[in-house]
Design a protein around this ligand. Structure first.
Ligand code: CDP
Length: 204
């Protein structure tokens, strides 16, 4: 059975949390597509040209434990604006999306460009202040020395770049359900997302 769930949204909105809940509930495979761009950004920081980094990406590159730093966040969004970088990653994402047994992918352009025919689409968002607070908690828990204001500034800059690029900009697909998690905890946001997928799965 092919069943694709596309989850998009801005930085630190809770896409990954919702995607993991869906994958666990329905037994779907999950791909965090942001990790692909983070892995490319990491290799660029190591001196590899962006197009080469994307076209020769290997599984081990996305398993590195240094992909969630503020520096990699910034560079990943810079390389994500390069059309050849995006092109190099399309086939892998589309193959993942149509695998037997169902798949959930989260990113910025899944419902619009990678999987416009996805059976379920969600655009997960929240106020930038709420998102910065959550990301600040994550980063400080991981030992990064960052301020909440600094994280907010980084998030605003990255959102503007991701939404403003000409190739596959971040935006909600016209048929996506908008899920605003500003005032929701993890369980509440996940419950709404699970219900939407259950409805779309219907009698399958
Ligand atoms: O976890 P967070 O929401 O902060 O970011 P991410 O999903 O790991 O994505 C990191 C960066 O990769 C984003 O800021 C985008 O520039 C880029 N990205 C993209 O362009 N397209 C995707 N499908 C996923 C991520």
């Amino acid at each position: 059975m092919k069943f694709t769930v596309a989850i998009d949204g801005p930085a630190a909105a809770g896409k990954g949390t919702v995607a993991r809940a869906i994958a666990a509930e329905f037994g779907f495979a999950h791909l965090d597509t942001g990790l692909l761009y983070r892995a490319v950004g990491r290799r660029v920081l190591d001196g590899v040209p962006p197009e080469v980094a994307a076209s020769t990406l290997r599984h081990g590159d996305v398993l590195r434990d240094d992909l969630r730093t503020p520096e990699v966040s910034r560079v990943s969004s810079e390389v994500a604006a390069v059309p050849k970088v995006r092109q190099a990653l399309v086939a892998f994402q589309r193959e993942f999306a149509v695998q037997d047994g169902g798949a959930v992918l989260d990113g910025r352009d899944i419902g619009t460009v990678i999987c416009p025919d996805a059976e379920a689409k969600l655009f997960v968002t929240a106020s930038d202040v709420a998102r910065a607070h959550r990301r600040w908690l994550e980063l400080t828990a991981a030992g990064h020395d960052v301020t909440e204001d600094g994280v907010l500034e980084d998030i605003r800059e990255r959102d503007a770049r991701d939404a403003g690029r000409s190739d596959a900009p971040m935006k909600a697909a016209s048929d996506a359900v908008i899920l605003n998690t500003s005032a929701l905890d993890v369980d509440e946001a996940s419950a709404i997302a699970l219900e939407e997928v259950r409805t779309r799965l219907g009698g399958r």
